[in-house]
Design a protein around this ligand. Sequence first.
Ligand code: FPP
Length: 247
Amino acid sequence: MSYKDKIIKEKLPKHIAIIMDGNGRWARKHGQDRIFGHHQGVDAVRDIAEASAELGIKYLTLYAFSTENWNRPKFEVDALMNLFVETITKELDTLNKNNISLNAIGDLDSLPEENYLRLKETIDATASNDRMTLTLAMSYSSHWEIINAVRKILSAKNDQQLKAEDITEDLFSKYLTTAYMPDPELLIRTSGEMRISNFLLWQIAYAELYFTPKLWPEFTPEDLYHAIVNYQSRERRFGLTSEQIKS
Ligand code: FPP
């Protein structure tokens, strides 16, 4: 029996975020170079995006490239950037056919121009799709995002006397790059590492964390269903007691 049959439709997370990790180790395990691992990773992205949309997940956010990843060897950074452009271009029809809109968060100005333009074209071309929003975190880190939000608040309010009490959780959230979606209820990380690696630090305040030893290219829709079933078995208390939740 598939874990899919155990998923309670009424308790689906609206937003799942994934730290896709382990492409390099998967490649080594198969006697290939790291770039081959990233190519295999794209297949997993496709399968997981389709499975998520089919289940009724409204937002899927994938950590594709962190601000720290710029420090990898140049050939790997270049290969990843090419892979992103290639994939985004190739998948446009499938995104439209599946009614999925593409979005991106991160320091997008730091992307090579070709990447930025292709990304923007695909985002615009899929903007009216409303089954699911697939967000790629590209040149993203939470530290960058939080500093960026503070700067944006200061410049937006430059002409007003900004008072300390004007800074609220609600206002701050509106200046994050994720302002258009609810916070993720479930964060998955593959490859056995138990770190958050500067991803959505503000937004995962109450997310359930799910770590799996599977390397990203090995992560299948069945693994996703398992993660969701596991999430649904947990009691989410948001700081309350178990008794309060039950009543
Ligand atoms: C982490 O594995 C993965 C990345 C830094 C890149 C993720 C990119 C993909 C899965 C391709 C996705 C493409 C699109 C269009 C979203 P790693 O290289 O850190 O693996 P390792 O820890 O085993 O070395």
